[in-house]
Design a binder for this molecule. Structure first.
Ligand code: AMP
Length: 250
């Protein structure tokens, strides 16, 4: 895909699946920048609500601090509101959503039947990519994760350390460990993933819509595979549109 095409064409919905620490956020940011579509991380949106002390933030906080999933209804309402924003018109990358089979069903219903007041906009099914990483590697990545509280840049003390110990390369702020990156919470988050989020991959796999990518490699190699999956899905959809048939995507 040429850059001009990528930034003007309809990309539609892209869903990145994977355990906490699988690299969804990193890949989502790269896709979003390349296609100029928003990166929508439900974890980031929830943390922002907690910071602002909104009603949603107050309700979500207890679940998040225990490493549990926030109830579906709260998260789905938040996502519906976000997807209504005009910057989602050509597409968006969802990171951390859907996280339960119920959320996946809700998203399909939203995109197929009742997409706000503009039924043609982004109508169809999402491109779903699962990034897979072995459990021990996930643990290592999560316990080493540090975040810059000012610019949001993410480091890893084992894999991608900052140039100066515990300080952000960009703005020099002291790096922090996210509350839910503490070891006991990490175990809970990985458990929640096994129990509740693996069925989301099954949901899409059983419908023949899951692209699996090996995430246990260098970022650029993972990106190449993620991008190939998107390119392929977009080409299939455009081919189907050109033939006037109903494609798998959009
Ligand atoms: P993340 O930054 O994606 O790891 O999300 C951090 C926390 O936010 C999770 O451990 C959950 O408590 C909550 N969360 C994020 N996305 C969802 C979702 N789709 N459904 C339920 N809870 C979520």
């Amino acid at each position: 895909m040429s850059m001009a095409k990528e930034t003007s064409r309809n990309i539609g919905s892209i869903v990145l699946l994977g355990a906490p620490g699988a690299g969804k956020g990193t890949q989502a940011k790269l896709i979003a920048a390349r296609c100029r579509i928003p990166h929508i991380s439900t974890g980031d949106l929830l943390r922002e609500n907690v910071r602002r002390g909104s009603e949603l933030g107050r309700e979500a906080q207890a679940f998040m601090s225990r490493g549990e999933l926030v109830p579906d209804m709260l998260v789905c309402n938040m996502v519906a509101h976000r997807l209504e924003q005009p910057d989602c018109e050509r597409g968006y990358v969802l990171d951390g959503f859907p996280r339960t089979a119920a959320q996946a069903g809700w998203l399909d219903a939203l995109l197929q039947d009742r997409l706000f007041d503009n039924p043609e906009r982004l109508k169809g099914t999402p491109i779903v990519i699962a990034i897979e990483v072995p459990y021990n590697e996930l643990l290592r990545r999560l316990t080493g994760r540090r975040t810059c509280p000012s610019c949001g840049r993410i480091y890893n003390v084992y894999l991608q350390p900052p140039r100066r110990d515990e300080l952000c390369d960009v703005d020099g702020s002291r790096l922090v460990i996210r509350n839910d990156d503490r070891e006991e919470v990490i175990t809970e988050r990985l458990k929640a993933y096994e129990l509740q989020t693996k069925p989301v991959a099954d949901y899409y796999a059983s419908r023949g819509r899951l692209h699996v990518v090996d995430g246990n490699r260098a970022v650029r190699e993972v990106t190449a595979d993620v991008w190939a999956a998107i390119e392929n899905a977009v080409a299939v959809s455009e081919g189907a549109k050109a033939r006037g048939t109903h494609g798998d995507f959009f």
